[in-house]
Design a binder for this molecule. Sequence first.
Ligand code: SF4
Ligand code: SF4
Length: 214
Amino acid sequence: MLGEGILKGLTETARNFFGSYVSKERLTTVQFPEERLPRIEATRDHPFLVYDGADWEKGLRCVSCQICEKECPPQCIYIEKSKDKKPDAVGKLQFYPTTFNIDVSVCMSCQICVEVCPFDAIKMNVEFEMSTVDRFGGLLLHREHLAKSNEYYHKIHPTEAAAVDAALAEERAKTEAKAREAAEAAAAKAAAAAAAKAAAAVPPDAPAATGETK
Ligand code: SF4
Ligand code: SF4
């Protein structure tokens, strides 16, 4: 029937409107900001940068690959890459961002930057009360504003953060095992080279050592 959807919608609105006088379940709005609805884990507003440990600058997981900057639909991320490298979250030497800005006034909360990041370095924050009278700079967040600890990440998205921690721990273990194997191979190679050098240093007519005494 033509207009059936509209009628259904209006009926539901009317049920909520009149029902809210007699049933709390029909009261679908709250008196914000005095009252707040419980936040669900999938809530998202704008991105933040995760860091590990106590020092946000040293612990940033971001390796400045700039994938998020390229993929962000409204182009509101700006990154400058470092000249030197530091160990990343799994112990590999990587570049880091010397500048990482997000213009939150432009960000549309699409989460594409989070989905394309191969390093679990950028996640969605749940904060939304960010109004400011500074129209041009007030919502341009720099890396020091964007950096949030892994503990904070666990607090706002516990299930997701636990899964990320497990994946990073597995990757870290693989990196450590590879480094151990490489060190053992290098030590074995050095020992073989030393043995070969020692063998070459023995004069060809030198009597062979028998180990017997007279
Ligand atoms: S959430 Fe979307 S719009 Fe916002 S910074 Fe990430 S990619 Fe850009
Ligand atoms: S947040 Fe992720 S995708 Fe963006 S530059 Fe850093 S490591 Fe790359």
